[in-house]
Design a protein around this ligand. Structure first.
Ligand SMILES: Cc1cc2nc3c(=O)[nH]c(=O)nc-3n(C[C@H](O)[C@H](O)[C@H](O)COP(=O)(O)OP(=O)(O)OC[C@H]3O[C@@H](n4cnc5c(N)ncnc54)[C@H](O)[C@@H]3O)c2cc1C
Length: 347
Protein backbone atom coordinates (compact mmCIF):
# COMPACT_ATOMS: atom_id res chain seq x y z
CA UNK A 1 0.00 0.00 0.00
CA UNK A 2 1.25 3.48 -0.82
CA UNK A 3 2.04 5.72 2.16
CA UNK A 4 0.12 8.97 2.58
CA UNK A 5 1.30 11.31 5.32
CA UNK A 6 -0.99 14.15 6.38
CA UNK A 7 0.38 17.03 8.46
CA UNK A 8 -2.34 18.66 10.56
CA UNK A 9 -5.68 17.37 11.86
CA UNK A 10 -7.86 20.43 11.26
CA UNK A 11 -10.69 20.78 8.73
CA UNK A 12 -8.53 19.78 5.76
CA UNK A 13 -6.23 17.15 7.27
CA UNK A 14 -8.87 15.30 9.28
CA UNK A 15 -11.09 14.99 6.21
CA UNK A 16 -8.27 13.69 4.00
CA UNK A 17 -7.01 11.15 6.55
CA UNK A 18 -10.53 9.82 7.07
CA UNK A 19 -11.34 9.55 3.36
CA UNK A 20 -8.08 7.86 2.38
CA UNK A 21 -7.47 5.51 5.31
CA UNK A 22 -9.23 2.55 3.65
CA UNK A 23 -7.18 2.75 0.46
CA UNK A 24 -3.72 3.85 1.58
CA UNK A 25 -1.42 3.46 4.54
CA UNK A 26 -2.26 6.82 6.11
CA UNK A 27 -0.38 8.56 8.92
CA UNK A 28 -1.94 11.68 10.42
CA UNK A 29 0.56 13.85 12.28
CA UNK A 30 -0.91 16.52 14.52
CA UNK A 31 0.46 18.60 17.35
CA UNK A 32 -2.85 18.05 19.16
CA UNK A 33 -4.80 14.82 19.64
CA UNK A 34 -8.21 16.10 18.59
CA UNK A 35 -10.22 17.82 15.87
CA UNK A 36 -11.75 21.13 16.93
CA UNK A 37 -14.63 22.98 15.28
CA UNK A 38 -12.85 26.33 15.56
CA UNK A 39 -15.79 28.61 14.58
CA UNK A 40 -17.66 27.54 17.75
CA UNK A 41 -14.81 28.37 20.14
CA UNK A 42 -16.39 31.82 20.42
CA UNK A 43 -19.59 30.28 21.71
CA UNK A 44 -17.71 28.04 24.15
CA UNK A 45 -16.11 31.10 25.73
CA UNK A 46 -19.56 32.12 27.01
CA UNK A 47 -21.09 28.66 27.27
CA UNK A 48 -18.48 26.11 28.43
CA UNK A 49 -20.98 23.23 28.47
CA UNK A 50 -20.77 23.39 24.67
CA UNK A 51 -17.11 22.24 24.71
CA UNK A 52 -17.90 18.57 24.24
CA UNK A 53 -19.85 19.34 21.07
CA UNK A 54 -16.89 20.90 19.25
CA UNK A 55 -14.15 18.36 19.88
CA UNK A 56 -13.49 14.86 18.63
CA UNK A 57 -10.37 12.84 19.37
CA UNK A 58 -8.59 11.79 16.19
CA UNK A 59 -8.78 8.24 17.51
CA UNK A 60 -12.59 8.48 17.55
CA UNK A 61 -13.06 8.95 13.81
CA UNK A 62 -9.97 7.26 12.34
CA UNK A 63 -10.08 3.48 12.28
CA UNK A 64 -7.09 2.45 10.25
CA UNK A 65 -4.86 5.51 9.97
CA UNK A 66 -1.86 5.80 12.27
CA UNK A 67 -2.06 8.85 14.49
CA UNK A 68 1.15 10.51 15.54
CA UNK A 69 0.88 13.26 18.12
CA UNK A 70 3.90 15.48 17.72
CA UNK A 71 5.27 18.54 16.08
CA UNK A 72 6.63 18.38 12.55
CA UNK A 73 10.06 19.99 12.54
CA UNK A 74 11.17 19.49 8.96
CA UNK A 75 10.06 18.08 5.64
CA UNK A 76 12.35 16.67 2.95
CA UNK A 77 11.40 15.34 -0.50
CA UNK A 78 10.91 11.88 0.98
CA UNK A 79 10.20 12.12 4.68
CA UNK A 80 8.62 14.11 7.48
CA UNK A 81 10.74 14.68 10.58
CA UNK A 82 8.62 14.90 13.69
CA UNK A 83 9.29 15.39 17.38
CA UNK A 84 7.03 13.08 19.38
CA UNK A 85 7.57 13.62 23.10
CA UNK A 86 11.37 13.41 23.26
CA UNK A 87 11.85 11.23 20.19
CA UNK A 88 12.66 12.36 16.68
CA UNK A 89 10.84 10.23 14.11
CA UNK A 90 11.28 10.11 10.34
CA UNK A 91 8.16 9.14 8.45
CA UNK A 92 8.64 8.23 4.81
CA UNK A 93 5.86 9.10 2.34
CA UNK A 94 4.74 8.41 -1.21
CA UNK A 95 2.23 11.24 -0.95
CA UNK A 96 2.36 14.14 1.47
CA UNK A 97 -0.49 16.52 2.31
CA UNK A 98 0.43 19.66 4.23
CA UNK A 99 -2.60 20.94 6.12
CA UNK A 100 -0.88 22.72 8.98
CA UNK A 101 -3.25 25.69 8.94
CA UNK A 102 -2.69 28.95 10.74
CA UNK A 103 -2.11 30.29 14.23
CA UNK A 104 -4.56 32.58 15.97
CA UNK A 105 -4.25 34.22 19.36
CA UNK A 106 -5.31 32.53 22.59
CA UNK A 107 -8.02 31.40 23.31
CA UNK A 108 -9.23 30.99 19.73
CA UNK A 109 -6.55 28.48 18.75
CA UNK A 110 -3.87 26.81 20.86
CA UNK A 111 -1.04 24.55 19.85
CA UNK A 112 0.58 21.37 21.17
CA UNK A 113 -2.22 20.46 23.55
CA UNK A 114 -4.10 17.34 24.47
CA UNK A 115 -7.87 17.58 24.62
CA UNK A 116 -8.19 17.74 28.43
CA UNK A 117 -5.76 20.67 28.62
CA UNK A 118 -7.56 22.53 25.85
CA UNK A 119 -10.92 22.02 27.57
CA UNK A 120 -9.48 23.37 30.84
CA UNK A 121 -7.97 26.32 29.09
CA UNK A 122 -11.33 27.25 27.52
CA UNK A 123 -13.05 26.83 30.90
CA UNK A 124 -10.48 29.19 32.47
CA UNK A 125 -11.18 31.74 29.78
CA UNK A 126 -14.90 31.46 30.52
CA UNK A 127 -14.24 31.94 34.26
CA UNK A 128 -12.07 35.01 33.65
CA UNK A 129 -14.66 36.54 31.36
CA UNK A 130 -17.45 35.76 33.82
CA UNK A 131 -15.82 37.82 36.56
CA UNK A 132 -14.76 40.67 34.27
CA UNK A 133 -16.79 43.82 33.80
CA UNK A 134 -14.76 45.73 31.23
CA UNK A 135 -14.03 43.76 28.06
CA UNK A 136 -11.72 45.01 25.33
CA UNK A 137 -11.73 43.45 21.86
CA UNK A 138 -8.94 44.49 19.55
CA UNK A 139 -10.03 44.00 15.94
CA UNK A 140 -13.48 44.32 14.41
CA UNK A 141 -13.22 41.58 11.78
CA UNK A 142 -15.44 38.52 11.78
CA UNK A 143 -13.89 37.04 14.94
CA UNK A 144 -14.08 40.30 16.94
CA UNK A 145 -17.68 40.94 15.88
CA UNK A 146 -18.84 37.38 16.60
CA UNK A 147 -17.11 37.44 19.98
CA UNK A 148 -18.69 40.76 21.00
CA UNK A 149 -22.12 39.44 19.96
CA UNK A 150 -21.65 36.22 21.94
CA UNK A 151 -20.65 38.14 25.06
CA UNK A 152 -23.42 40.73 24.82
CA UNK A 153 -25.97 37.98 24.10
CA UNK A 154 -25.02 36.13 27.25
CA UNK A 155 -24.25 38.93 29.73
CA UNK A 156 -26.13 42.16 30.21
CA UNK A 157 -23.58 43.70 32.60
CA UNK A 158 -20.44 43.74 30.44
CA UNK A 159 -18.96 46.96 29.22
CA UNK A 160 -17.53 46.04 25.80
CA UNK A 161 -15.24 48.17 23.64
CA UNK A 162 -13.97 47.22 20.18
CA UNK A 163 -10.93 48.96 18.72
CA UNK A 164 -10.98 48.80 14.91
CA UNK A 165 -8.36 50.45 12.71
CA UNK A 166 -10.67 50.69 9.70
CA UNK A 167 -13.71 52.88 9.38
CA UNK A 168 -16.07 49.89 9.48
CA UNK A 169 -16.50 46.46 11.04
CA UNK A 170 -16.14 43.26 8.93
CA UNK A 171 -14.81 45.44 6.14
CA UNK A 172 -14.55 42.73 3.47
CA UNK A 173 -18.33 42.19 3.47
CA UNK A 174 -20.96 44.27 1.56
CA UNK A 175 -22.22 47.55 3.02
CA UNK A 176 -25.50 46.05 4.24
CA UNK A 177 -23.67 43.42 6.28
CA UNK A 178 -21.24 45.96 7.74
CA UNK A 179 -24.06 48.26 8.78
CA UNK A 180 -26.13 45.45 10.24
CA UNK A 181 -23.21 44.29 12.40
CA UNK A 182 -22.46 47.83 13.59
CA UNK A 183 -26.08 48.57 14.43
CA UNK A 184 -26.61 45.23 16.11
CA UNK A 185 -23.66 45.79 18.43
CA UNK A 186 -24.10 49.50 19.13
CA UNK A 187 -27.83 49.02 19.86
CA UNK A 188 -26.76 46.61 22.58
CA UNK A 189 -24.32 49.09 24.04
CA UNK A 190 -21.02 47.96 22.53
CA UNK A 191 -18.63 50.89 22.07
CA UNK A 192 -16.64 50.90 18.85
CA UNK A 193 -13.56 53.04 18.33
CA UNK A 194 -13.17 53.27 14.56
CA UNK A 195 -9.93 54.33 12.82
CA UNK A 196 -7.92 53.70 15.97
CA UNK A 197 -5.01 51.39 16.47
CA UNK A 198 -3.66 49.85 19.61
CA UNK A 199 -0.08 51.07 19.88
CA UNK A 200 0.98 50.30 23.43
CA UNK A 201 0.10 48.27 26.51
CA UNK A 202 1.52 49.77 29.69
CA UNK A 203 0.76 48.18 33.07
CA UNK A 204 -2.59 46.76 31.91
CA UNK A 205 -3.52 50.05 30.22
CA UNK A 206 -4.19 49.81 26.49
CA UNK A 207 -3.29 52.98 24.59
CA UNK A 208 -4.46 53.78 21.05
CA UNK A 209 -2.72 55.94 18.44
CA UNK A 210 -5.23 58.69 19.27
CA UNK A 211 -4.20 58.64 22.91
CA UNK A 212 -7.31 56.87 24.24
CA UNK A 213 -6.48 54.83 27.35
CA UNK A 214 -8.50 51.78 28.37
CA UNK A 215 -7.96 49.56 31.40
CA UNK A 216 -9.99 46.42 30.73
CA UNK A 217 -10.48 43.50 33.08
CA UNK A 218 -10.05 41.16 30.14
CA UNK A 219 -8.88 41.64 26.55
CA UNK A 220 -9.07 39.60 23.35
CA UNK A 221 -6.75 40.11 20.42
CA UNK A 222 -8.74 39.38 17.26
CA UNK A 223 -6.29 40.59 14.68
CA UNK A 224 -5.65 37.91 12.14
CA UNK A 225 -3.75 34.79 11.38
CA UNK A 226 -0.20 33.62 10.64
CA UNK A 227 0.66 30.44 8.74
CA UNK A 228 2.27 27.34 10.33
CA UNK A 229 5.11 27.07 7.83
CA UNK A 230 8.40 26.79 9.80
CA UNK A 231 9.03 23.13 8.99
CA UNK A 232 9.10 23.99 5.26
CA UNK A 233 11.66 26.75 5.57
CA UNK A 234 14.84 24.69 5.30
CA UNK A 235 14.16 22.53 2.24
CA UNK A 236 11.28 24.30 0.50
CA UNK A 237 12.08 27.95 1.03
CA UNK A 238 11.36 28.82 -2.61
CA UNK A 239 7.88 27.29 -2.30
CA UNK A 240 6.80 29.86 0.28
CA UNK A 241 5.17 33.05 -0.94
CA UNK A 242 5.88 36.48 0.56
CA UNK A 243 3.48 35.86 3.44
CA UNK A 244 4.86 32.35 4.07
CA UNK A 245 1.93 30.44 2.62
CA UNK A 246 2.67 27.50 0.28
CA UNK A 247 2.66 28.10 -3.45
CA UNK A 248 0.31 25.64 -5.14
CA UNK A 249 -0.87 24.95 -8.70
CA UNK A 250 -4.48 24.49 -9.85
CA UNK A 251 -4.49 20.87 -8.61
CA UNK A 252 -3.34 22.01 -5.16
CA UNK A 253 0.07 20.39 -5.65
CA UNK A 254 3.05 22.19 -4.20
CA UNK A 255 4.60 23.93 -7.21
CA UNK A 256 7.09 21.54 -8.84
CA UNK A 257 5.96 18.41 -6.92
CA UNK A 258 3.48 15.82 -8.15
CA UNK A 259 3.17 13.99 -4.84
CA UNK A 260 3.06 16.89 -2.34
CA UNK A 261 -0.20 18.78 -1.82
CA UNK A 262 -1.22 21.71 0.38
CA UNK A 263 -4.75 22.11 1.75
CA UNK A 264 -6.64 24.57 3.90
CA UNK A 265 -5.38 27.83 5.35
CA UNK A 266 -1.72 27.06 4.57
CA UNK A 267 -2.37 26.95 0.79
CA UNK A 268 -1.33 30.25 -0.77
CA UNK A 269 -4.59 30.93 -2.58
CA UNK A 270 -6.17 34.31 -2.99
CA UNK A 271 -9.39 33.57 -1.11
CA UNK A 272 -10.83 33.88 2.40
CA UNK A 273 -9.26 31.50 4.89
CA UNK A 274 -12.39 29.54 5.74
CA UNK A 275 -13.16 26.10 7.08
CA UNK A 276 -15.41 25.44 4.11
CA UNK A 277 -12.59 26.30 1.69
CA UNK A 278 -10.30 23.95 3.64
CA UNK A 279 -12.84 21.14 3.20
CA UNK A 280 -13.19 21.91 -0.50
CA UNK A 281 -9.42 21.70 -0.96
CA UNK A 282 -9.48 18.41 0.93
CA UNK A 283 -12.12 16.94 -1.41
CA UNK A 284 -10.06 17.86 -4.49
CA UNK A 285 -6.83 16.47 -3.00
CA UNK A 286 -8.49 13.14 -2.10
CA UNK A 287 -9.67 12.81 -5.71
CA UNK A 288 -6.32 13.86 -7.12
CA UNK A 289 -4.32 11.36 -5.05
CA UNK A 290 -6.69 8.58 -6.14
CA UNK A 291 -6.51 9.79 -9.75
CA UNK A 292 -2.71 9.83 -9.70
CA UNK A 293 -2.77 6.20 -8.60
CA UNK A 294 -5.18 5.33 -11.42
CA UNK A 295 -3.26 7.37 -14.00
CA UNK A 296 -6.34 9.53 -14.56
CA UNK A 297 -6.31 13.28 -15.15
CA UNK A 298 -6.29 15.55 -12.16
CA UNK A 299 -9.12 17.85 -11.10
CA UNK A 300 -8.76 21.62 -10.93
CA UNK A 301 -9.58 23.49 -7.76
CA UNK A 302 -11.82 26.40 -8.72
CA UNK A 303 -11.71 29.41 -6.44
CA UNK A 304 -15.14 30.94 -6.18
CA UNK A 305 -17.08 33.13 -3.80
CA UNK A 306 -18.58 31.11 -0.98
CA UNK A 307 -21.53 31.67 1.29
CA UNK A 308 -20.25 33.22 4.49
CA UNK A 309 -22.22 33.00 7.71
CA UNK A 310 -21.41 35.39 10.54
CA UNK A 311 -23.22 34.62 13.76
CA UNK A 312 -24.35 37.36 16.11
CA UNK A 313 -24.99 35.38 19.25
CA UNK A 314 -27.46 32.58 19.43
CA UNK A 315 -30.42 33.98 17.56
CA UNK A 316 -29.04 36.35 14.96
CA UNK A 317 -26.58 36.43 12.13
CA UNK A 318 -25.58 37.58 8.66
CA UNK A 319 -25.47 35.43 5.56
CA UNK A 320 -23.42 36.85 2.72
CA UNK A 321 -22.98 35.49 -0.79
CA UNK A 322 -21.28 37.82 -3.29
CA UNK A 323 -23.35 41.00 -2.89
CA UNK A 324 -26.39 39.26 -1.45
CA UNK A 325 -26.90 39.79 2.28
CA UNK A 326 -29.54 38.09 4.38
CA UNK A 327 -29.82 38.87 8.09
CA UNK A 328 -31.74 37.69 11.14
CA UNK A 329 -32.52 34.46 12.89
CA UNK A 330 -31.96 32.06 9.96
CA UNK A 331 -28.21 32.75 9.51
CA UNK A 332 -27.86 32.48 13.30
CA UNK A 333 -29.33 28.96 13.26
CA UNK A 334 -27.43 28.02 10.12
CA UNK A 335 -24.15 28.32 11.98
CA UNK A 336 -25.33 25.76 14.55
CA UNK A 337 -26.50 23.47 11.76
CA UNK A 338 -23.07 23.66 10.10
CA UNK A 339 -21.40 22.75 13.41
CA UNK A 340 -23.75 19.80 13.88
CA UNK A 341 -23.26 18.57 10.29
CA UNK A 342 -19.47 18.79 10.59
CA UNK A 343 -19.21 17.16 13.97
CA UNK A 344 -21.32 14.09 13.11
CA UNK A 345 -18.63 13.22 10.56
CA UNK A 346 -16.08 13.01 13.37
CA UNK A 347 -18.05 11.01 15.90
C1 LIG B 1 -12.18 32.15 16.07
C2 LIG B 1 -12.32 31.67 14.64
C3 LIG B 1 -13.57 31.63 14.05
C4 LIG B 1 -13.70 31.15 12.75
N1 LIG B 1 -14.96 31.10 12.19
C5 LIG B 1 -15.11 30.57 10.96
C6 LIG B 1 -16.41 30.42 10.38
O1 LIG B 1 -17.42 30.82 10.97
N2 LIG B 1 -16.52 29.84 9.16
C7 LIG B 1 -15.43 29.39 8.47
O2 LIG B 1 -15.60 28.85 7.35
N3 LIG B 1 -14.18 29.54 8.97
C8 LIG B 1 -13.99 30.10 10.19
N4 LIG B 1 -12.73 30.24 10.72
C9 LIG B 1 -11.58 29.81 9.92
C10 LIG B 1 -11.36 28.30 10.03
O3 LIG B 1 -11.30 27.90 11.39
C11 LIG B 1 -10.07 27.92 9.31
O4 LIG B 1 -10.17 28.34 7.97
C12 LIG B 1 -9.85 26.40 9.37
O5 LIG B 1 -9.62 26.01 10.70
C13 LIG B 1 -8.67 25.99 8.50
O6 LIG B 1 -8.54 24.61 8.57
P1 LIG B 1 -7.12 23.93 8.29
O7 LIG B 1 -7.37 22.47 8.27
O8 LIG B 1 -6.47 24.54 7.12
O9 LIG B 1 -6.19 24.33 9.52
P2 LIG B 1 -6.37 24.33 11.08
O10 LIG B 1 -7.78 24.18 11.47
O11 LIG B 1 -5.60 25.51 11.54
O12 LIG B 1 -5.62 23.00 11.54
C14 LIG B 1 -4.24 22.87 11.40
C15 LIG B 1 -3.75 21.68 12.19
O13 LIG B 1 -2.36 21.54 11.95
C16 LIG B 1 -1.70 21.26 13.16
N5 LIG B 1 -0.30 21.71 13.04
C17 LIG B 1 0.15 22.94 12.75
N6 LIG B 1 1.50 22.96 12.72
C18 LIG B 1 1.89 21.70 12.99
C19 LIG B 1 3.17 21.07 13.10
N7 LIG B 1 4.32 21.72 12.91
N8 LIG B 1 3.21 19.75 13.42
C20 LIG B 1 2.06 19.04 13.60
N9 LIG B 1 0.84 19.58 13.50
C21 LIG B 1 0.75 20.89 13.19
C22 LIG B 1 -2.49 22.02 14.21
O14 LIG B 1 -2.33 21.41 15.48
C23 LIG B 1 -3.92 21.85 13.69
O15 LIG B 1 -4.52 20.69 14.20
C24 LIG B 1 -12.56 30.73 12.02
C25 LIG B 1 -11.29 30.81 12.61
C26 LIG B 1 -11.16 31.29 13.92
C27 LIG B 1 -9.79 31.35 14.55
Amino acid sequence: MKRVVVIGGGFAGAYIAKKLENYFSVTLIDAKNYFEFTPSVLKVIVEPSHIKRIHALHSAYLNKAKILIGEVKQVTKKEVITKCKDRIMKIVFDYLVIASGTKYQYPFKEQNLILATRANSLKNCYANLFKSKKVLIIGGGVVGVELAAEIIGKYKDKDITIIESNKELIERTPKKAREYARQFLTNKGVKILFREKLVQIKKDIFITDKGVKIKPDISFLCTGITPNFKFMQKNFYSKLNKKNYLKVNDYLQLIGYKNIFAAGDIAGLNEEKLAQNAENHARIIVKNIVNLEKNKSLIHYKQKPRIMVISLGRYNGILNYKNFVFTGIFPGFLKHAIEWKTMIKYR
